[in-house]
Design a protein around this ligand. Structure first.
Ligand code: NAD
Length: 248
């Protein structure tokens, strides 16, 4: 409702050190489905959740072959930033945005024009591969070319280990330095703007409580309820492509 939008807008315009915490919901309007939203991959097929953990990925060669086929046709390769991403570029240009802590792996904040050094990718990136044995990092493009040329489950070219996108699957630890940087930014912010996340994946979701305990204002923009709605000063429902530009 317009009064709630006005309240959120004045909180944002009073803030000097905003940190945005984003999730898959900011990219659904770019054509990349989320996991838990109304049209989410897991909402449609609860079984798909099993496929996103590291233990099955390492143990099951057939699952890896299917994962590589899915990466080959991932909607992220074609996706363009939407109005929600653009709103965060506007906020950065106003001087108030300190960092974007994102759970997304699609690179769309950087593509939209946010300073790449201000984007903290908590869950890694789809644009690189990581070897699960020697941690060699390479361009995803290189592995996808190998898959397209007929290697169904391309091994690491350095050590022969299993390759995966450089993203955090369930059962994998977040990069400690990346998480620590995110916590430092969140503890120093005066407003946390959480957008497009069900706030159900930890430790990312815990950053909302951390901000609130450190005295920051909290604005949550998400189509559906989150476990942190009670902590927020303002909660906005509705489509992020409309809500974020209205708030910023
Ligand atoms: P999630 O799927 O758990 O939650 C997304 C939330 O966004 C939902 O609550 C949904 O109601 C809301 N939402 C979806 N579209 C919206 C819209 N247009 N306007 C307003 N709200 C909208 O996603 P999450 O919290 O980010 O956690 C899922 C995990 O999946 C993350 O770890 C992330 O790494 C990964 N993931 C990433 C991508 C991506 O990079 N684009 C896509 C899918 C999953």
């Amino acid at each position: 409702d317009p009064a709630t939008v006005r309240t959120a807008r004045s909180l944002v315009s009073d803030a000097r050190r905003v940190v945005a915490l984003t999730g898959a919901g900011v990219s659904t309007e770019s054509g990349i489905p989320d996991f838990r939203g109304p049209d989410g991959v897991w909402t449609r097929d609860p079984d798909a959740q099993r496929l996103s953990n590291i233990h099955d990925y390492m143990a099951d060669a057939e699952l890896r072959r299917r994962s590589w086929q899915a990466r080959l046709s991932h909607p992220g390769w074609q996706a363009r930033p939407n109005a929600a991403h653009e709103a965060l570029v506007t906020l950065e240009r106003s001087g108030a945005l300190r960092a974007i802590v994102t759970q997304n792996v699609d690179g769309l904040h950087q593509r939209a024009g946010n300073d790449p050094s201000a984007v903290i990718e908590l869950h890694g990136t789809l644009f690189e591969t990581a070897c699960l044995t020697c941690d060699e990092r390479r361009e995803m493009r290189e592995a996808l070319d190998r898959v397209a040329a007929g290697e169904a489950d391309p091994p690491c070219l350095v050590c022969g280990g299993i390759l995966k996108s450089a993203t955090i699957s369930f059962g994998q630890a977040l990069d400690a330095a990346v998480l620590s940087r995110a916590r430092t930014e969140v503890e120093a912010c005066d407003l946390l703007l959480a957008a497009g996340s069900s706030l159900s994946v930890h430790p990312a979701a815990g950053l909302v409580g951390l901000a609130a305990r450190a005295g920051a204002r909290v604005v949550i923009c998400n189509a559906t309820e989150t476990p942190y709605d009670d902590v927020a000063d303002v909660v906005l429902r509705g489509s992020l492509g409309e809500v974020l530009p209205a708030v910023v």
